[in-house]
Design a binder for this molecule. Structure first.
Ligand SMILES: [Fe+2]
Ligand SMILES: [Fe+2]
Length: 162
């Protein structure tokens, strides 16, 4: 069971995951423009992952007898000053997502919507992973600074992400 309020919040999260995909495409586009194809590949993969998160919400809303409504998507940022800034913003964004997942979980708990609580567990874990992977890359970039060799190696590594 899920109340109208909870279904509305789940629908907002569906839209937010779609927005996140588009937000990461803005980052991919910046990296492609700088000829960092591995970095761009990382964000394209990230965007696909966000789309798959949106689809989990989409399916869950129908499982709970709700109805999905698409909403407007804000224009993502297209310009950055450095790759470090890109990843810092990505981390900030993931933290925002985490707070939204936690808020959803609180509402589900208030309503004792056990299927929703269980559904959200996967996202709680996923958010921890996402934040940590961004932190790892930021740590790398802080060490690399403007060292071309270091950037080249990191670009190669991120290019391997499926
Ligand atoms: Fe996500
Ligand atoms: Fe994410």
């Amino acid at each position: 069971m899920a109340s109208e309020k909870l279904l509305k919040e789940l629908n907002d999260q569906f839209n937010f995951e779609i927005s996140s995909a588009y937000y990461y495409m803005g980052m991919a586009a910046y990296c492609s423009d700088k000829n960092m194809n591995g970095f761009a590949n990382f964000f394209v993969a990230q965007a696909k992952e966000e789309y798959s998160h949106a689809m989990k919400f989409y399916e869950f809303i129908y499982d709970m007898d709700g109805r999905v409504r698409t909403q407007a998507i804000a224009e993502p940022k297209n310009d950055y000053n450095s790759f470090l800034e890109v990843f810092e913003e990505a981390l900030k964004h993931e933290k925002l997502v985490t707070s939204k997942i936690h808020k959803l979980l609180e509402i589900a708990e208030e309503e004792k919507s056990y299927p929703t609580i269980q559904f959200l567990q996967w996202f709680v874990e996923e958010q921890l992973e996402e934040e940590n992977s961004m932190k790892d890359i930021i740590f790398n970039l802080e060490g690399i600074k403007d060292n071309f060799q270091g950037l080249y190696l990191l670009d190669k590594e991120l290019g391997a992400r499926q």
